[in-house]
Design a protein around this ligand. Structure first.
Ligand code: S3P
Length: 441
């Protein structure tokens, strides 16, 4: 089967509603925590994408049973010490940094050595950001020059740690939080602001956690060890998947879209704040709280009066996975947009700041890049006519999806490679575009 798409026409105006699939960050956390709970957890609306399937396969390798029943996944946990590992095992985290880094936290007490491997992209990413703090708990961890494969063997004599998390990485914070629930004594984390799904699900599970929120960071205290019971959880839609449709609608004439039941946790909605500062007028409707997470329907309509932004750095973390599509809006907005201190963007599935710069220049947008800062000279009259081939060498799902949105809104003749990368996070992506009328071959 071919692994590329051809897009030759802009999408026509639409007025529809959609639902996107379950949130990836919350799905992976639910699977890993259910593997540590006592009893059978039921997870509804679990994202069925490769990253999450790899999380299920990983806990299965550690002796945890799961099955799909009707519209939920049942995961049968035996508590904090409930892994049943017969021999040394290898866990393949595929493309998922979240899975690889978080599972290391729950392996802090593993009785056998576990080897973590990943795909080409994950094997290029830094793991010292989690192996350093996890080693101070007392586990034995060996990496390949800070990269995968990482081997971990837990300890019976874990000690709590004080961890200063300076990158604003929710993966590092969460990995240490998961290790803390297995460790006797009080672990203290000073964490630069990042998505707080782990904190919220700990509260939902009645795991004793104290969070003191300061302006730029949070203090988190966890007193372990903490056994907890199996739980039911309904996962809301993913704002990161929604972001492609927000931008598609904004940049398409005379269109409206309602995206139902999306997670709008403040630590994730940077894209909405940024686009609204650019004049987008995106609305949240029907707001509610579910399992501690904020959920709403998101309403967006097309806008021909988008303006540039000098993006406040404090929004970087809550929009970190969305900058590729935000840059498309900057390309079409009036004026020069400025985004600063985006070093973490180059530590994702691919070096996204580098890739975005090349991409925008390829479609004729002036871009100045100075280290981790980028200036985008918007062109409200952007209307492409040429042929474009996007190779997506690093097989980055978000580069593929961003390219499709550019093709459907800016015009031109596009061949976009590596269609299968959408299976990482959003297998429904193309079907949903087609539901809105996109012609994709
Ligand atoms: C995630 C945290 C972020 C984000 C990633 C998912 C998570 O990564 O980019 O897609 O689920 O905790 P970092 O923790 O590296 O910033």
């Amino acid at each position: 089967m071919k692994n590329h798409v051809l897009i030759k026409k802009k999408i026509k105006p639409f007025n529809k509603y959609i639902r996107v699939s379950g949130d990836k960050s919350i799905s992976i956390r639910c699977v890993l925590l259910a593997s540590q709970a006592i009893g059978k957890s039921k997870i509804y609306n679990l994202l069925e994408s490769e990253d999450v399937i790899n999380a299920l396969l990983s806990i299965k390798k550690l002796g945890i049973r799961y099955k799909k029943v009707k519209n939920y996944y049942e995961i049968d946990g035996y508590g904090l010490d409930g892994f049943n590992i017969k021999k040394n095992v290898t866990i393949n985290a595929g493309n998922s940094g979240t899975l690889a880094r978080l599972i290391l936290g729950i392996l802090i007490n593993s009785k056998k050595e576990i080897k973590i491997i990943g795909d080409k992209s994950l094997s290029k990413r830094d793991f010292s950001r989690v192996t350093n703090p996890l080693a101070t708990f007392g586990a034995k961890i060996v990496s390949n020059k800070k990269k995968l494969p990482v081997r971990i063997k837990g300890s019976e004599f874990l000690r709590p740690i004080i961890f200063n998390e300076k990158l604003g990485s929710a993966q590092c914070k969460s990995s240490v939080m998961l290790a803390a629930i297995k460790t006797p004594g009080k672990t203290i984390i000073k964490a630069k602001k990042s998505r707080n799904h782990t904190e919220l699900i700990f509260k939902y599970l009645n795991i004793p956690i104290k969070v003191s929120r300061k302006k730029n960071y949070d203090f988190i205290e966890i007193d372990g060890p903490v056994n907890f019971r199996a739980f039911d959880y309904k996962i809301p839609g993913d704002i990161s998947s929604s972001s492609f449709f927000l931008v598609l609608t904004l940049l398409t004439n005379k269109s409206k879209l309602l995206i139902k039941n999306v997670n709008v946790n403040k630590s994730r909605t940077g894209i909405i704040e940024i686009l609204n500062k650019m004049n987008a007028k995106i609305l949240l409707k029907n707001k509610k709280t579910h399992n501690g997470e904020d959920v709403a329907d998101i309403f967006v309509k097309s806008n021909n009066n988008l303006v540039s932004i000098n993006c406040p750095e404090k929004l970087n973390s809550s929009a970190i996975d969305e900058f590729l599509v935000i840059f498309l809006v900057a390309a079409k907005a009036k004026g020069v947009s400025i985004f600063k201190n985006l070093s973490e963007l180059n530590n994702k599935e691919s070096p996204r700041l580098e890739i975005a710069t090349k991409f925008l220049r390829k479609i004729g947008i002036k871009v100045l890049r100075n280290g981790d800062n980028i200036k985008i000279y918007g062109n409200p009259n952007l209307n492409l006519k040429s042929n474009y081939v996007i190779k997506n060498f690093r097989e980055d799902h978000r580069v593929f999806m961003m390219s499709c949105i550019a093709a459907l809104t800016f015009g031109g003749n596009w061949k976009i490679e590596d269609k299968k990368s959408i299976n990482t996070s959003f297998p429904m992506f193309i079907k949903l575009l087609e539901k809105l009328g996109a012609e994709i071959n």
